[in-house]
Design a protein around this ligand. Sequence first.
Ligand code: AQP
Length: 351
Amino acid sequence: KPLVFSGVQPTGNLHLGNYLGAIRRWVELQASHDCIYCVVDLHAITVWQEPAELERSIREVTAAFIASGIDPKRHIVFNQSRVPEHAELAWVFNCVARMGWLNRMTQFKDKAGKDRENASSGLFVYPNLMAADILVYRATHVPVGEDQKQHLELARDIAAKFNHDYSARIAEKGIGVEIAMGEEVVNGYFPLTEPLIEGPATRVMSLKDGAKKMSKSDPSDLSRINLTDDADAISKKIRKAKTDPDALPSEVAGLAGRPEADNLVGIFAALAGRTKGEVLADFGGRPFSEFKPALADLAVDKLGPIAGEMRRILADPAEIDAVLRDGASRAREIASRTMKDVRSIVGLLGD
Ligand code: AQP
């Protein structure tokens, strides 16, 4: 049965890119799939986090999930560190993944910057933990933004190498399933996960620089719309967003070479549930001074209720903690079965 897994890091400043690129899509998938949505706190500490701030952020991301429409009763919502099997499987994957594979990860290069010697070793092996997050549930589909594509390819490489290296043992134990590898069907243990990178906003860009993705860690708060921003802040940020001096084009092709215009039209389309072409059919030929207020109204209309609901949920931290505890115990039932199999496949003497 198809199973969806995805996660968000509790690193503060949850923004429109996280919402449009990931969380909103997660809400839709609940109707057709069993879903596991995780606040990935072990990933967050690959860079320094103030402990009290981290606790606050874990609750805030959980509140954002619920306020956006994720149902923690029908699906599973929890924080990663409560299910130790994630870290345990990640260790096995540290021993499966090759240094050369990790050396090619562009996110590590971006995040470590020039001072690579001083980056945590956790930041380097982060993609192995991400593969474990997904595969400890043997999830088949992972809805993410475009920036995670490379990490998901690595998760497939890890699954394929594990299946290959341990193929005899998996067959001997009789716990394999049929896994399609291109044309070929092999007997393996881990599925080759499919990324779901879909919709008009898989890569929302910074409001201040159309060449950079909207990011939690951008030092300029004007670069992003936070899910907790009020109407005034949203309007101000859109008013101040970088644009070029030309009017909007009438067709999508006219957005080529105009990254800021393309980004704002993409945000409008995603929030309105329309295509960029439909948005340009309405706004083509009009200046940004007319488009921006319409975009601000739309953003306030769509995000305002989520921010309000988040505030209401955050007023009762004990209730959030209860959701996470319950989700973790249900997640752990699945994860512990996988780890039992993995120990027996690898030859780690256990029960
Ligand atoms: N700009 C974006 N556009 C579309 N999707 C995005 N995502 C992140 N930024 C954008 C998607 O949101 C999900 C959760 O991301 P994350 O919190 O796990 O990690 P991240 O990609 O590291 O987020 P940030 O905002 O960019 O944080 P920093 O600044 O710390 O690097 C993922 O599905 C991601 O694709």
